[in-house]
Design a protein around this ligand. Structure first.
Ligand SMILES: [Fe+2]
Ligand SMILES: [Fe+2]
Length: 158
C-alpha cells in the first residue's frame, strides 16, 4: 500500500477545549434560528438579522481557524488510517459549511435591501435549517473522532 505523504490527525484534548469554549457560536445559531422560525417573520427587523448573520459568520470563521490551528495537524508520522481519513473529511467540511453560511448571509442582505419576497424568506429559513443541521452533525462527528482518538492512544499504550 502506498504511504500518504501527509497524515491528518487530531489533537483530541485541544479540539475538545475549542469546542467547549464556543458558547457564543451556539448562542448565535440559536438566535438566528429563533428569528427565522417566528411565524410573523414578515415583520422581521432585517437589519438585526443581517447583523446576527455577520456575527455568526465571524464566529464560525474563528471557530474553524482555531480548530485548524490547534485541533488538527498534519504529520508524516502515520496515525491509524481510518482515523486519518475521518479527520481529513471533517476538516474539509469546514470550507463547505463556511461557504454555505456565507451564501445565507448574502441572502439576508438582499432581504434587507428590499429585493425580498415571502418565498425568499422561506428559502432562507430552509437554508439555515439545513446549515445548522449539517453543522450539528459535523460537531457530533468531531466529538466521536475525539473519543476514538483518545481510545486509540490508550489502546496503543501511549
Ligand atoms: Fe470542525
Ligand atoms: Fe467544531
Amino acid at each position: 500500500m502506498a504511504l500518504a505523504t501527509h497524515t491528518v490527525s487530531v489533537n483530541p484534548v485541544f479540539l475538545q477545549e475549542i469546542k467547549e469554549d464556543h458558547h457564543e457560536l451556539r448562542q448565535l445559531i440559536h438566535h438566528v434560528g429563533a428569528m427565522l422560525n417566528r411565524p410573523d417573520w414578515m415583520q422581521l427587523e432585517y437589519g438585526r438579522l443581517v447583523e446576527l448573520f455577520t456575527k455568526l459568520r465571524d464566529q464560525l470563521a474563528m471557530h474553524f481557524s482555531l480548530e485548524e490551528a490547534y485541533g488538527y495537524f498534519e504529520d508524516a508520522i502515520s496515525v491509524a488510517p481510518h482515523l486519518s481519513r475521518r479527520a481529513e473529511r471533517l476538516r474539509a467540511q469546514h470550507v463547505q459549511l463556511f461557504s454555505e453560511l456565507c451564501g445565507l448571509a448574502e441572502r439576508s442582505e438582499r432581504l434587507l435591501y428590499g429585493e425580498a419576497r415571502a418565498a425568499d424568506m422561506r428559502g432562507l429559513a430552509d437554508g439555515f435549517h439545513h446549515f445548522s443541521a449539517s453543522l450539528q452533525q459535523h460537531e457530533l462527528s468531531e466529538s466521536e473522532l475525539i473519543v476514538a482518538s483518545l481510545n486509540e492512544d490508550i489502546g496503543s499504550g501511549d
